[in-house]
Design a protein around this ligand. Structure first.
Ligand SMILES: *Cc1c(COP(=O)(O)O)cnc(C)c1O
Length: 436
């Protein structure tokens, strides 16, 4: 493994200085700014397979994979060639194309419960539209979400959101009208009895529950047995809709998504990240009887100038074709498991309190004294100082982990056993340094 220790970051430093003059905080999405770990964000130039190359000539093993989409690794030949061919035909029409039909049919044939689907340009748009649809369908205003779950940055959903919002210490953002936030009820994730109690009291006013079936925005927290089942039960009993936000989990937790993996049926499903294969795509869909309310077949308004963009559709189709081949995902899941086990063992070797979670190709690590982290409160209680020191030690050794302890990690099919061995060896050194 030829990853030299990080030698210079002059260009990244210069670029960050310039960026801060013209872009708020120097970045176009908050977590990129390295606020949670300190130091200068790395500015990248190119990527190939499992590797990133920065503007100063350093090479890294990438465990962010653009926050999930790059399940095939960066620059997969088939995907890139497909895009190039499509670019020659047209960039956009703002009119129907066969590619949209193909991608819609493909996703509907794979994801259980997806009977109809509407393409959008981001996960934020998908969840925002799904909430509007659920409110229209049920004729109710209240929605239920869980603390630490992130569903994009639309007003109704930016209440106790995860990731960037947690990192920035702004559980709900200024600018979100109180009267709107008042319709969003937030409960602790994985707390079954609180869900039952709420529905006993307010069930008839609740339009929908929206949930990340595996939370990937407060690190990686899988559901405890019975949690998703209870959500389904309460929604069915009280005529509320269950919205699975699979923007991160879709095609990653299993090839059919997380809900299929846990055998719970949602009414609506939001997708994003992997379905665009690296281009901006989101989607929402589900039961036909609900989806037909969307305009123009129904009256719930939703639109997008670039929705179903041909380049993005071609990229998504090529990606989904490859990742839904039989036996594609299992080796990636196995590698994720090896990494988690290797990191845990390395921490144990150095008597560091540390634990990992894994759901398919998503994973996370915690500087926690708990045997298993399953709740928001446990995530909040983790040792952030140790995290920061560990993070920078790994970065200096050429391992690019997420720069905040509230983020999940992502594996791709491009990561090799050698990459994982190198990462574990680097972690051994980082843990050793933490002891001092
Ligand atoms: C990333 C994410 C979103 C938002 O998607 P964007 O494309 O960033 O708008 C929504 N929900 C979940 C679960 C996500 O992980």
């Amino acid at each position: 493994m030829n990853l030299k220790s990080k030698k210079t970051d002059y260009k990244s430093k210069d670029l960050f200085k310039s960026a801060k003059r013209s872009i708020p905080g120097g970045v176009n999405s908050p977590v990129r700014a390295f606020k949670a770990v300190g130091g200068t964000p790395v500015f990248f130039e190119k990527a190939k397979g499992a590797y990133l190359f920065d503007v100063d000539g350093n090479k890294y093993i990438d465990y962010i994979m653009s926050w999930g989409p790059m399940l095939l690794g960066h620059g997969h030949k088939t995907v890139v060639n497909t895009i190039k061919k499509q670019v020659d035909k047209a960039l956009t029409f703002g009119a129907p194309t066969e590619l949209e039909v193909q991608l819609a049919e493909k996703i509907c044939s794979i994801v259980p419960g997806m009977e109809m689907i509407r393409m959008v340009n981001s996960g934020t748009e998908a969840t925002m539209s799904a909430i509007r649809l659920a409110r229209a369908y049920s004729g109710r205003d209240k929605i239920v979400k869980f603390e630490g779950c992130y569903h994009g940055h639309s007003d109704s959903l930016l209440v106790k959101a995860g990731s960037g919002a947690l990192t920035m210490g702004e559980p709900s953002s200024p600018g979100v009208p109180e009267c709107l936030a008042a319709h969003t009820i937030t409960l602790p994730y994985n707390d079954i009895s609180k869900v039952s109690n709420l529905f006993d009291q307010l069930g008839s006013q609740i339009a929908a529950i929206i949930v990340e079936p595996v939370v990937g925005n407060m690190n990686c927290i899988p559901p405890i047995p019975g949690f998703l089942e209870k959500l389904r039960e309460c929604c069915t009993k009280h005529d509320a809709l269950l919205i699975a936000d699979e923007v991160m989990t879709g095609f990653r937790v299993s090839s059919k998504g997380a809900m299929a993996h846990y055998k719970v049926s949602p009414d609506l499903i939001c997708l994003g990240k992997v379905i665009g294969g690296g281009l901006p795509v989101g989607a929402f869909g589900g039961k036909k009887s609900i989806m037909e309310l969307i305009s123009p077949s129904g009256s719930v308004y939703q639109a997008g100038t670039l929705s179903g963009n041909p380049i993005a559709m071609a990229c998504g189709l090529a990606t989904i074709d490859l990742i839904t081949k039989e036996d594609f995902l299992n080796p990636v899941i196995e590698n994720t498991k090896s990494l988690c086990e290797g990191l845990s063992q390395a921490a144990k070797n150095h008597n560091i309190s540390f634990t990992t979670n894994q759901a398919g190709t998503m994973w996370g690590y915690f500087f926690s004294t708990e045997a298993k982290v399953t709740s928001y409160d446990q995530v909040m209680a983790c040792d952030t100082d140790k995290f920061k020191r560990f993070y920078h030690s790994m970065l200096d050794q050429g391992v690019y982990f997420a720069p905040a302890s509230f983020e999940a990690g992502f594996m791709s099919s491009a990561h090799t056993k050698e990459d994982i061995d190198y990462t574990i060896e680097a972690a051994n050194k980082a843990f050793s340094a933490l002891q001092n």
